[in-house]
Ligand binder design. Structure first.
Ligand code: NCD
Length: 355
Protein backbone atom coordinates (compact mmCIF):
# COMPACT_ATOMS: atom_id res chain seq x y z
CA UNK A 1 0.00 0.00 0.00
CA UNK A 2 1.91 3.03 -1.23
CA UNK A 3 0.41 6.54 -1.39
CA UNK A 4 0.54 9.08 1.42
CA UNK A 5 4.08 10.25 2.06
CA UNK A 6 5.58 7.14 0.49
CA UNK A 7 4.48 7.83 -3.05
CA UNK A 8 5.91 11.32 -3.21
CA UNK A 9 9.41 12.85 -3.24
CA UNK A 10 10.28 15.43 -0.60
CA UNK A 11 10.50 18.16 -3.26
CA UNK A 12 7.05 17.29 -4.59
CA UNK A 13 5.56 17.19 -1.11
CA UNK A 14 7.17 20.47 -0.03
CA UNK A 15 5.78 22.19 -3.15
CA UNK A 16 2.14 21.26 -2.47
CA UNK A 17 -0.42 23.66 -1.05
CA UNK A 18 -1.34 22.93 2.60
CA UNK A 19 -4.70 21.30 1.81
CA UNK A 20 -3.02 18.93 -0.68
CA UNK A 21 -0.44 18.10 1.98
CA UNK A 22 -3.33 17.52 4.36
CA UNK A 23 -4.92 15.04 1.96
CA UNK A 24 -1.67 13.04 1.74
CA UNK A 25 -1.30 13.09 5.53
CA UNK A 26 -4.80 11.65 5.92
CA UNK A 27 -3.84 8.92 3.48
CA UNK A 28 -0.58 8.35 5.36
CA UNK A 29 -2.40 8.07 8.69
CA UNK A 30 -3.58 4.57 7.71
CA UNK A 31 0.08 3.65 8.27
CA UNK A 32 1.60 6.39 10.45
CA UNK A 33 -0.41 9.25 11.84
CA UNK A 34 1.67 12.41 11.81
CA UNK A 35 0.14 15.62 13.16
CA UNK A 36 1.68 18.45 11.16
CA UNK A 37 -0.87 20.96 9.88
CA UNK A 38 -4.37 22.20 10.62
CA UNK A 39 -5.32 21.48 7.00
CA UNK A 40 -5.03 17.71 7.51
CA UNK A 41 -8.12 17.53 9.74
CA UNK A 42 -11.69 17.17 8.55
CA UNK A 43 -14.88 17.58 10.51
CA UNK A 44 -15.32 13.88 11.31
CA UNK A 45 -11.85 13.77 12.80
CA UNK A 46 -12.46 16.91 14.88
CA UNK A 47 -15.77 15.65 16.23
CA UNK A 48 -14.44 12.24 17.12
CA UNK A 49 -11.25 13.60 18.73
CA UNK A 50 -13.22 16.04 20.91
CA UNK A 51 -15.56 13.22 21.88
CA UNK A 52 -12.59 11.01 22.77
CA UNK A 53 -11.06 13.81 24.89
CA UNK A 54 -14.33 14.12 26.84
CA UNK A 55 -14.49 10.35 27.33
CA UNK A 56 -10.91 10.31 28.66
CA UNK A 57 -11.54 13.25 30.99
CA UNK A 58 -14.58 11.43 32.43
CA UNK A 59 -12.61 8.20 32.92
CA UNK A 60 -9.87 10.17 34.68
CA UNK A 61 -12.23 11.25 37.44
CA UNK A 62 -11.68 8.10 39.49
CA UNK A 63 -8.59 6.25 40.68
CA UNK A 64 -9.62 3.08 38.89
CA UNK A 65 -10.16 5.14 35.73
CA UNK A 66 -6.71 6.70 36.05
CA UNK A 67 -5.19 3.25 36.51
CA UNK A 68 -6.98 2.07 33.38
CA UNK A 69 -5.63 5.05 31.38
CA UNK A 70 -2.14 4.30 32.66
CA UNK A 71 -2.46 0.76 31.37
CA UNK A 72 -3.06 1.95 27.80
CA UNK A 73 0.47 2.74 26.59
CA UNK A 74 3.09 1.47 29.07
CA UNK A 75 4.72 -0.37 26.15
CA UNK A 76 5.35 2.92 24.31
CA UNK A 77 7.90 5.68 24.85
CA UNK A 78 7.65 9.31 23.78
CA UNK A 79 10.43 11.72 22.91
CA UNK A 80 9.98 15.47 23.27
CA UNK A 81 12.35 17.42 21.05
CA UNK A 82 11.76 21.07 21.96
CA UNK A 83 14.40 23.44 20.65
CA UNK A 84 12.28 26.55 21.23
CA UNK A 85 11.13 27.90 24.59
CA UNK A 86 8.01 26.23 25.97
CA UNK A 87 6.56 25.40 29.33
CA UNK A 88 2.81 25.04 28.84
CA UNK A 89 2.82 22.99 25.67
CA UNK A 90 5.79 20.95 26.85
CA UNK A 91 4.26 20.11 30.22
CA UNK A 92 0.84 19.49 28.77
CA UNK A 93 2.34 16.86 26.45
CA UNK A 94 4.36 15.38 29.32
CA UNK A 95 1.16 15.15 31.38
CA UNK A 96 -0.72 13.55 28.47
CA UNK A 97 2.05 10.96 28.06
CA UNK A 98 2.06 10.22 31.79
CA UNK A 99 -1.71 9.90 32.01
CA UNK A 100 -1.67 7.34 29.18
CA UNK A 101 1.19 5.43 30.82
CA UNK A 102 4.11 6.37 28.57
CA UNK A 103 7.67 7.09 29.64
CA UNK A 104 9.07 10.32 28.23
CA UNK A 105 12.51 11.65 27.41
CA UNK A 106 13.45 15.12 26.24
CA UNK A 107 15.99 17.09 24.25
CA UNK A 108 15.66 20.82 24.79
CA UNK A 109 19.15 22.12 24.34
CA UNK A 110 21.04 21.17 21.20
CA UNK A 111 24.26 22.59 22.61
CA UNK A 112 24.60 19.39 24.65
CA UNK A 113 23.62 17.05 21.79
CA UNK A 114 25.47 15.81 18.73
CA UNK A 115 23.96 18.59 16.64
CA UNK A 116 26.67 20.61 18.32
CA UNK A 117 29.20 18.28 16.65
CA UNK A 118 27.75 19.11 13.28
CA UNK A 119 25.10 16.41 13.02
CA UNK A 120 22.10 17.44 10.91
CA UNK A 121 18.73 17.78 12.67
CA UNK A 122 17.37 15.09 10.37
CA UNK A 123 20.08 12.61 11.47
CA UNK A 124 19.59 13.53 15.13
CA UNK A 125 15.85 13.02 15.03
CA UNK A 126 16.14 9.82 13.02
CA UNK A 127 18.51 8.56 15.71
CA UNK A 128 15.97 9.36 18.44
CA UNK A 129 13.29 7.66 16.43
CA UNK A 130 15.10 4.34 16.84
CA UNK A 131 14.67 4.52 20.64
CA UNK A 132 11.12 5.91 20.78
CA UNK A 133 7.64 5.30 19.44
CA UNK A 134 6.49 8.88 18.92
CA UNK A 135 8.31 12.20 18.57
CA UNK A 136 6.72 15.44 19.68
CA UNK A 137 8.69 18.40 18.42
CA UNK A 138 8.79 22.19 18.56
CA UNK A 139 11.21 24.08 16.38
CA UNK A 140 11.82 27.64 15.21
CA UNK A 141 12.10 26.22 11.68
CA UNK A 142 8.81 26.29 9.76
CA UNK A 143 9.13 23.10 7.69
CA UNK A 144 11.27 20.87 9.92
CA UNK A 145 8.46 18.72 11.36
CA UNK A 146 7.19 18.07 7.83
CA UNK A 147 10.63 17.13 6.58
CA UNK A 148 11.27 14.74 9.44
CA UNK A 149 7.82 13.16 9.05
CA UNK A 150 8.40 12.62 5.35
CA UNK A 151 11.85 11.17 6.04
CA UNK A 152 10.63 8.75 8.72
CA UNK A 153 7.63 7.63 6.68
CA UNK A 154 10.13 6.62 4.02
CA UNK A 155 12.18 4.43 6.38
CA UNK A 156 11.58 0.93 7.66
CA UNK A 157 10.66 2.21 11.11
CA UNK A 158 8.24 5.06 10.62
CA UNK A 159 7.52 6.88 13.87
CA UNK A 160 4.72 9.44 14.16
CA UNK A 161 5.74 13.08 14.37
CA UNK A 162 3.62 15.57 16.28
CA UNK A 163 4.24 19.22 15.49
CA UNK A 164 4.09 21.19 18.77
CA UNK A 165 4.84 24.51 17.05
CA UNK A 166 6.81 25.15 13.87
CA UNK A 167 8.30 28.61 13.43
CA UNK A 168 5.74 31.28 12.61
CA UNK A 169 3.75 28.78 10.60
CA UNK A 170 1.65 26.21 12.45
CA UNK A 171 0.65 24.97 15.90
CA UNK A 172 -1.90 22.29 15.05
CA UNK A 173 -2.34 20.76 18.52
CA UNK A 174 -3.03 24.21 19.99
CA UNK A 175 -5.68 24.68 17.30
CA UNK A 176 -7.22 21.33 18.28
CA UNK A 177 -7.47 22.36 21.92
CA UNK A 178 -8.88 25.72 20.86
CA UNK A 179 -11.56 23.96 18.81
CA UNK A 180 -12.31 21.69 21.77
CA UNK A 181 -12.68 24.77 23.98
CA UNK A 182 -14.97 26.52 21.48
CA UNK A 183 -17.04 23.38 21.06
CA UNK A 184 -17.54 23.06 24.82
CA UNK A 185 -18.23 26.77 25.21
CA UNK A 186 -20.92 26.76 22.52
CA UNK A 187 -22.36 23.31 23.28
CA UNK A 188 -25.60 24.92 24.48
CA UNK A 189 -25.69 27.53 21.74
CA UNK A 190 -25.82 25.27 18.68
CA UNK A 191 -22.10 24.54 18.42
CA UNK A 192 -19.35 26.43 16.61
CA UNK A 193 -21.37 26.74 13.40
CA UNK A 194 -22.34 30.29 12.52
CA UNK A 195 -20.31 31.86 15.34
CA UNK A 196 -18.29 35.05 14.92
CA UNK A 197 -14.72 34.71 16.10
CA UNK A 198 -12.24 37.57 16.46
CA UNK A 199 -8.48 37.12 16.47
CA UNK A 200 -6.62 39.99 18.12
CA UNK A 201 -2.95 40.96 18.37
CA UNK A 202 0.03 39.64 16.42
CA UNK A 203 -1.77 37.78 13.65
CA UNK A 204 1.19 37.95 11.31
CA UNK A 205 3.56 35.86 13.39
CA UNK A 206 1.18 34.08 15.74
CA UNK A 207 1.16 30.46 14.60
CA UNK A 208 -1.74 29.54 16.88
CA UNK A 209 -3.94 32.03 15.01
CA UNK A 210 -2.88 30.73 11.61
CA UNK A 211 -3.71 27.14 12.56
CA UNK A 212 -7.03 27.91 14.25
CA UNK A 213 -8.18 30.25 11.44
CA UNK A 214 -7.76 27.29 9.06
CA UNK A 215 -9.34 24.68 11.32
CA UNK A 216 -12.47 26.82 11.56
CA UNK A 217 -13.21 26.31 7.83
CA UNK A 218 -14.73 22.99 8.97
CA UNK A 219 -17.66 24.80 10.64
CA UNK A 220 -20.24 26.23 8.22
CA UNK A 221 -21.26 29.82 8.72
CA UNK A 222 -18.31 30.81 10.92
CA UNK A 223 -17.18 34.41 10.34
CA UNK A 224 -13.63 35.43 11.21
CA UNK A 225 -12.60 38.92 12.34
CA UNK A 226 -8.90 39.83 12.23
CA UNK A 227 -8.18 42.74 14.54
CA UNK A 228 -4.63 44.10 14.52
CA UNK A 229 -2.54 47.10 13.59
CA UNK A 230 -1.68 46.99 9.87
CA UNK A 231 1.91 45.89 10.56
CA UNK A 232 0.70 42.75 12.34
CA UNK A 233 -2.29 41.80 10.18
CA UNK A 234 -2.94 38.20 9.15
CA UNK A 235 -1.01 36.83 6.15
CA UNK A 236 -2.54 36.94 2.67
CA UNK A 237 -2.03 33.17 2.32
CA UNK A 238 -4.56 32.56 5.11
CA UNK A 239 -7.08 35.02 3.63
CA UNK A 240 -6.78 33.36 0.24
CA UNK A 241 -7.49 29.94 1.74
CA UNK A 242 -10.51 31.31 3.63
CA UNK A 243 -11.83 32.73 0.35
CA UNK A 244 -11.33 29.39 -1.37
CA UNK A 245 -13.47 27.81 1.35
CA UNK A 246 -16.13 30.49 1.17
CA UNK A 247 -15.47 31.72 4.72
CA UNK A 248 -16.53 35.31 5.40
CA UNK A 249 -13.85 37.41 7.06
CA UNK A 250 -13.30 41.03 8.07
CA UNK A 251 -10.15 42.98 8.84
CA UNK A 252 -10.18 45.79 11.39
CA UNK A 253 -7.73 47.86 13.42
CA UNK A 254 -10.37 48.79 15.99
CA UNK A 255 -10.97 46.33 18.82
CA UNK A 256 -13.64 48.47 20.49
CA UNK A 257 -15.77 48.33 17.36
CA UNK A 258 -15.48 44.54 17.02
CA UNK A 259 -15.94 43.53 20.69
CA UNK A 260 -19.78 43.79 20.80
CA UNK A 261 -20.16 41.87 17.53
CA UNK A 262 -18.47 38.56 18.29
CA UNK A 263 -19.04 35.30 20.16
CA UNK A 264 -15.36 34.64 20.92
CA UNK A 265 -12.28 36.80 21.19
CA UNK A 266 -8.94 35.05 20.73
CA UNK A 267 -6.25 37.32 22.17
CA UNK A 268 -2.52 36.93 21.43
CA UNK A 269 0.73 38.57 22.54
CA UNK A 270 3.21 40.32 20.26
CA UNK A 271 5.66 37.69 19.00
CA UNK A 272 8.62 40.06 19.23
CA UNK A 273 11.17 37.25 19.42
CA UNK A 274 10.92 37.43 15.62
CA UNK A 275 11.78 41.16 15.46
CA UNK A 276 14.96 42.02 13.61
CA UNK A 277 17.54 44.32 15.20
CA UNK A 278 16.40 47.89 14.57
CA UNK A 279 12.68 47.03 14.28
CA UNK A 280 10.82 49.78 16.08
CA UNK A 281 8.16 47.67 17.79
CA UNK A 282 4.47 48.22 17.13
CA UNK A 283 2.14 50.00 19.55
CA UNK A 284 -0.44 47.42 20.61
CA UNK A 285 -1.88 49.33 23.56
CA UNK A 286 -5.29 49.54 21.79
CA UNK A 287 -5.51 45.73 21.57
CA UNK A 288 -6.27 44.85 25.16
CA UNK A 289 -9.19 43.51 27.15
CA UNK A 290 -9.55 45.25 30.47
CA UNK A 291 -12.02 45.49 33.33
CA UNK A 292 -13.63 48.36 31.40
CA UNK A 293 -14.04 47.26 27.81
CA UNK A 294 -14.94 43.66 28.70
CA UNK A 295 -18.40 45.10 29.37
CA UNK A 296 -18.78 45.77 25.64
CA UNK A 297 -18.77 42.04 24.93
CA UNK A 298 -21.87 39.88 24.61
CA UNK A 299 -22.85 38.31 27.93
CA UNK A 300 -22.47 34.80 26.45
CA UNK A 301 -19.20 35.44 24.58
CA UNK A 302 -15.88 33.80 25.55
CA UNK A 303 -12.35 35.15 25.86
CA UNK A 304 -9.48 32.85 24.89
CA UNK A 305 -5.68 33.15 24.77
CA UNK A 306 -3.02 30.53 23.98
CA UNK A 307 -0.81 32.08 26.68
CA UNK A 308 1.70 33.30 27.79
CA UNK A 309 -0.01 36.66 28.16
CA UNK A 310 1.48 40.06 28.69
CA UNK A 311 -0.86 43.03 28.94
CA UNK A 312 -3.43 41.87 26.34
CA UNK A 313 -5.80 40.71 29.07
CA UNK A 314 -5.71 42.42 32.42
CA UNK A 315 -5.89 40.12 35.45
CA UNK A 316 -9.08 41.95 36.45
CA UNK A 317 -10.78 39.95 33.67
CA UNK A 318 -9.72 36.56 35.09
CA UNK A 319 -12.75 36.29 37.34
CA UNK A 320 -15.19 37.28 34.56
CA UNK A 321 -17.36 34.28 33.60
CA UNK A 322 -16.40 34.87 29.95
CA UNK A 323 -12.69 34.25 30.66
CA UNK A 324 -12.05 30.80 29.23
CA UNK A 325 -8.23 30.73 29.10
CA UNK A 326 -7.56 28.67 32.22
CA UNK A 327 -10.06 26.03 31.20
CA UNK A 328 -8.61 26.20 27.68
CA UNK A 329 -5.22 25.08 29.06
CA UNK A 330 -6.67 22.09 30.87
CA UNK A 331 -8.60 21.19 27.72
CA UNK A 332 -5.19 21.07 26.04
CA UNK A 333 -4.05 18.24 28.28
CA UNK A 334 -7.17 16.17 27.52
CA UNK A 335 -7.06 16.74 23.78
CA UNK A 336 -3.38 15.72 23.78
CA UNK A 337 -4.28 12.55 25.72
CA UNK A 338 -6.85 11.86 23.01
CA UNK A 339 -4.23 12.43 20.32
CA UNK A 340 -1.79 9.99 21.93
CA UNK A 341 -4.55 7.38 22.20
CA UNK A 342 -5.58 7.92 18.58
CA UNK A 343 -2.07 8.05 17.10
CA UNK A 344 -0.84 4.99 18.99
CA UNK A 345 -3.94 2.96 18.19
CA UNK A 346 -5.64 2.25 21.53
CA UNK A 347 -8.84 4.19 20.95
CA UNK A 348 -11.04 1.08 20.84
CA UNK A 349 -9.90 0.10 24.34
CA UNK A 350 -10.95 3.49 25.67
CA UNK A 351 -14.36 3.37 23.98
CA UNK A 352 -14.92 -0.15 25.26
CA UNK A 353 -14.00 0.80 28.83
CA UNK A 354 -16.35 3.77 28.71
CA UNK A 355 -19.13 1.43 27.48
C1 NCD B 1 2.07 29.92 21.77
C2 NCD B 1 3.22 29.48 20.91
O1 NCD B 1 4.25 29.03 21.39
O2 NCD B 1 3.01 29.56 19.71
N1 NCD B 1 1.99 29.40 23.05
C3 NCD B 1 1.50 28.12 23.24
O3 NCD B 1 1.96 27.17 22.65
N2 NCD B 1 0.48 27.99 24.09
C4 NCD B 1 1.85 31.37 21.75
C5 NCD B 1 2.95 32.28 22.19
O4 NCD B 1 4.08 31.88 22.42
O5 NCD B 1 2.62 33.47 22.26
Amino acid sequence: MAGGLVGVSWEEFAGLDPFEKGRLLREESRRTMHVLLAQQFDRDFLDSLCDLATTIRRIAKTKSGMLFLKSLLPHRRAMLYFTQPSSRTFLSFVAACQITGMDVAEVRDTSVSSEFKGESKEDSIRTFSSYFDIIIMRSPEAGLAERVAWLLSNTERPVPIVNAGSGKDQHPTQALLDIYTLQRSFAHRGGIEGKRIAFVGDLLRGRTVRSLAMLLVNYPGVEEFFVAPDELQIGEDILRMLEEHGVKYYKSDDLEEVLPLVDAVYMTRVQDEWDRPGDGGVDVSRYRITGENVGRMRADAVIMHPFPRREEISTAVDSDPRAMYWRQMRNGMWIRCALMVRILGVEDEVREYAG
